[in-house]
Structures are given as structure tokens and as C-alpha cells.
Design a protein around this ligand. Structure first.
Ligand code: GLN
Length: 450
């Protein structure tokens, strides 16, 4: 809690030492006293948690790792934070991310990079590199992330941790600073599948403050992780993800996993989703479009640290100066791409086409899940990249998300669990996804493989 453990890694942007210690002491006192109050404690009470800094918290700054929100103290708690406080989990602090959750390495943070605890010269993945590094380095047993195209799962794969992107609408987005609202979902980062299921179960549920929140019950997630029987489980491997694209060692590791699954009684088959190769292209039009709209509010008038040009200026000049100074390169790149993709004359050709591709991807996955219970693959094409390697190469960075993006486009649940190590002894992830609302099945299969 005092930050010494984080010196080399820089997972945290803010430490909440006093409050965390006070909550831990309170839980300790309740447990020691015993009686009904102790019986009513949530099983996770007293277990510390780190929170990605795009989730708003009273009493702690929330910056989304952007200069435009430097020092901002939110006047309210996100629904997930309220739930966590009510269950008495000490909040350790706020974790680093790529600015507004756009990126795959955490290098686009305005407050310095986070390093991968497995190799300090490598990235911890992104955008939620801080949460994954905090868990991977044993600084926090639990963390919350947000996943729009892989920002929970890719960092989990790169740090040897477990990360879930729940079914869209399972966890309230109220108080999550919006990146691409039709894809964003909050989820757990943990060391084990059972921990992820327990935390997911705690934070899931209908919230009237989020109009896309589902009324589904999520109370069988933890229980599902106790069923270790894989016999008869139908596991699909996507034809489109065979071999090329993945590093040779990652592919080899994955084949070993498939053999283990067959030995355990699972039926492994190949399935076809012909539009999946286009998911990445659709994503990188839909996301910038939604980003350009969501980030329009940070103009120095409504939100954000105002920058006034020398000698004053018009409202438009203040907005321009604020945005020029406050946003980093990747945020600006996406705002410009999105504004273009949505502009009159181009909207149907770009945004409209991307939405149609999204529908085809959703249909492909629906058909696939008529034949299999889950789809599995490696989580990422490579192990964690070296810091700096992709900084000037946004296109190669975008390719990291090829496996994780379809689940966001389709709103389906997906998890990355540790799948051994590959090149340079770096961890690799195993990705498991299932149809919408099948989160319990995904946890069940994940825990059986784990
Ligand atoms: N790397 C992806 C992107 O940059 C994912 C981001 C996310 O899930 N927040 O868009």
C-alpha cells in the first residue's frame, strides 16, 4: 500500500493507502467480533482491489491517464465502485492505462509507461496494463479493468493473469468513462478463474443507471468453476485463426492444449466464421467513430482542464487550445479518423459498412455456437512486445487485437487464462469465448483447463 512494491513497474497512478488500511481494519474488527455482522460479510470483504483509472471514484483522482482530466476529483462513484465499497473490499488505488483506454501497451498514458513484471523492458499490454501488472506482480489479488476490444484480456495474457470480458450488459457501465459505448464492458483481472468468477458475480447485475444493463441473474458463475468435468464439452477452433498470424511457439503451445482437452474428453472440432477476418477492420472504424462522439465533451467548457490561448480567445479557440494541449497522439488520431468516418458523404461508406460487417460477424458467431459450446484460441498473436516497439506503429499495434475484438463486436463473454510460456519465457494466454449470457459455461471450461 505504500507504493514501494510498484517502483519498477508503475502499475498505479494513485495510491489510496489510508482508506484501504481503514477498510481492512474495519473488516478485521468485524470478523474478530463475530456475530451476525461477521456472518453477513461478503466472502471477498477485506480482499484488496485495484481499479483502472477510467472508472470514477469519490475521494481519488480519475484521469483516464489523460492530461485533459489531470487532478479531476469525481463527484460520484461508478456503480461497480459503490458495490465494492458496500462489500468492504479495500480499494488500493487507481491503475495506469492507455489514454482513455485506447492502446495495447499502456505506453499511450500521459503519466508514464507501466512495465511488465515478467520483463521490465516489455509492455504489460493495454489498455489496462496497470491492472494486469498490479495482479501479475502480486501487488493486488484483484483488479478491475475495462474491455472495448481486448483491454482486459490482452494484458492478462501478457502478464500471466486471468481476465474476463463479461457479456455486454452484465456489469454496469455507469461511471466508466466512455470510450466506445456499444463495446465497453467492465470486468475482473485476477490470478485464478475462481477469483474472476467471484468478483464478476459481485459486480454483475441490473443497474437502472445503465440503459444497456441486463436483467439476467449472474449467481452461478463461482459455482461453475467447481465443475472440472470436460467430457462432452464441444470446443470449437476457428478455421480463420489456424496457424499463420500466431508466433510458432504460441501455436505449438496451443496444439498441446488441444491435445490435453481431447484427452480430458472434450470434443474438439473446427468451425468456420468467414467474416471474422474483417472484424478488426470494422472495429477500427466503429471505435474511432464512437470515440470522436464520446470525447467531444472534453472541450474545456463542459469537461476537462481549460486552456485559454495567450491574450484570450473565442469559445472555439478555447476549445481548440484545450483539446490540442489535453489529448495525446492516439486520442487525436482516433478523433480525426472517427470524425471523418461519420462525416456527411462518407458515413454510409465507412461507418455504415463497418456496422454491416459487425452484423455479419455476430451472425457467424451465432451459427458457430449452434455447433460448439465455446471457441478457443491463443489470446494474442505474439508475447508481450518490447517497450517502444509499436509506439510509432499504430497499425501493427492494432493487429494485437485480432482475436479479442469479435467478442466485443458481438457482446459475448470471453476470458483469457494463463496458457504457459513461449518466446523469451514470456506468458501466453488461452482465449475462451461463448454465446451471450453463457458466462458460467466460459468460467466452467476455463477452470477445468486452468
Ligand atoms: N487495443 C484496443 C484498442 O486500442 C482495445 C482497447 C480497449 O479494449 N479498451 O482499441
Amino acid at each position: 500500500v505504500d507504493g514501494t512494491a510498484d517502483e519498477g513497474v508503475h502499475a498505479f497512478l494513485h495510491l489510496n493507502q489510508d482508506e484501504a488500511l481503514a477498510v481492512a481494519a474495519e473488516v478485521d474488527a468485524i470478523r474478530t467480533a463475530g456475530g451476525p455482522e461477521a456472518d453477513e460479510l461478503h466472502p471477498l470483504a477485506g480482499v484488496p482491489i485495484a481499479i483502472k483509472d477510467n472508472i470514477v471514484t469519490i475521494g481519488q483522482p480519475t484521469t483516464a491517464a489523460s492530461k485533459i482530466l489531470e487532478g479531476w476529483m469525481p463527484p460520484y462513484d461508478a456503480t461497480v465502485v459503490r458495490t465494492i465499497r458496500a462489500a468492504k473490499l479495500p480499494i488500493l488505488g487507481k491503475t495506469n492505462l492507455d489514454e482513455f483506454a485506447m492502446g495495447s501497451t499502456t505506453e499511450y498514458s500521459a503519466y508514464g509507461v507501466t512495465r511488465n513484471p515478467w520483463d521490465l523492458n516489455r509492455a504489460p499490454g493495454g489498455s489496462g496494463g496497470g491492472s494486469a501488472a498490479a495482479v501479475g506482480a502480486f501487488m493486488a489479488p484483484l483488479a478491475l479493468g475495462s474491455d472495448t476490444g481486448g483491454s482486459i484480456r490482452e494484458p492478462a495474457a501478457f502478464t500471466g493473469t486471468v481476465g474476463t470480458k463479461p457479456t455486454y450488459g452484465s456489469v454496469s457501465r455507469y461511471g466508466l468513462i466512455a470510450m466506445a459505448s456499444s463495446l465497453d464492458q467492465i470486468g475482473p483481472v485476477t490470478r485464478t478463474t475462481a477469483d474472476a468468477a467471484a468478483l464478476h458475480e459481485l459486480i454483475a447485475g441490473h443497474d437502472p443507471k445503465d440503459s444497456t444493463s441486463l436483467h439476467t441473474q449472474w449467481n452461478t458463475l463461482l459455482e461453475a468453476t467447481t465443475d472440472q468435468d470436460l467430457s462432452g464439452v464441444r470446443i470449437g477452433v476457428l478455421e480463420e485463426f489456424q496457424g499463420p498470424g500466431f508466433s510458432a511457439e504460441i501455436w505449438e503451445k496451443f496444439q498441446e492444449t488441444l491435445d490435453l482437452l481431447r484427452d480430458a474428453g472434450a470434443e474438439v472440432t473446427t468451425v468456420d466464421c468467414p467474416h471474422i477476418p474483417y472484424a478488426l477492420h470494422a472495429y477500427y472504424l466503429i471505435v474511432p467513430s464512437e470515440v470522436s462522439s464520446n470525447l467531444a465533451r472534453f472541450d474545456g467548457i463542459r469537461y476537462g482542464n481549460r486552456v485559454v490561448p495567450d491574450g484570450g480567445g473565442t469559445v472555439a479557440e478555447v476549445m481548440a487550445a484545450t483539446r490540442a494541449a489535453g489529448f495525446g497522439d492516439e486520442a487525436k488520431r482516433r478523433i480525426m479518423l472517427g470524425t471523418f468516418a461519420l462525416s456527411a458523404g462518407y458515413v454510409d461508406a465507412y461507418y455504415g459498412t463497418a456496422q454491416r460487417v459487425r452484423t455479419l460477424v455476430i451472425q457467424d458467431l451465432k451459427h458457430a455456437f449452434e455447433h460448439v459450446d465455446v471457441l478457443i484460441s491463443p489470446t494474442t498473436p505474439t508475447v508481450a512486445v518490447k517497450l517502444g516497439d509499436q509506439l510509432e506503429e499504430p497499425l501493427s499495434m492494432y493487429l494485437n487485437d485480432v482475436v479479442t475484438i469479435p467478442a466485443n463486436l458481438a457482446g459475448i463473454p470471453a476470458i483469457s487464462i494463463p496458457g504457459g510460456t513461449a518466446e523469451h519465457d514470456m506468458p501466453v494466454g488461452l482465449h475462451i469465448q461463448g454465446p451471450a449470457k453463457s458466462d458460467a459455461t466460459v468460467y466452467r471450461v476455463a477452470s477445468a483447463i486452468e
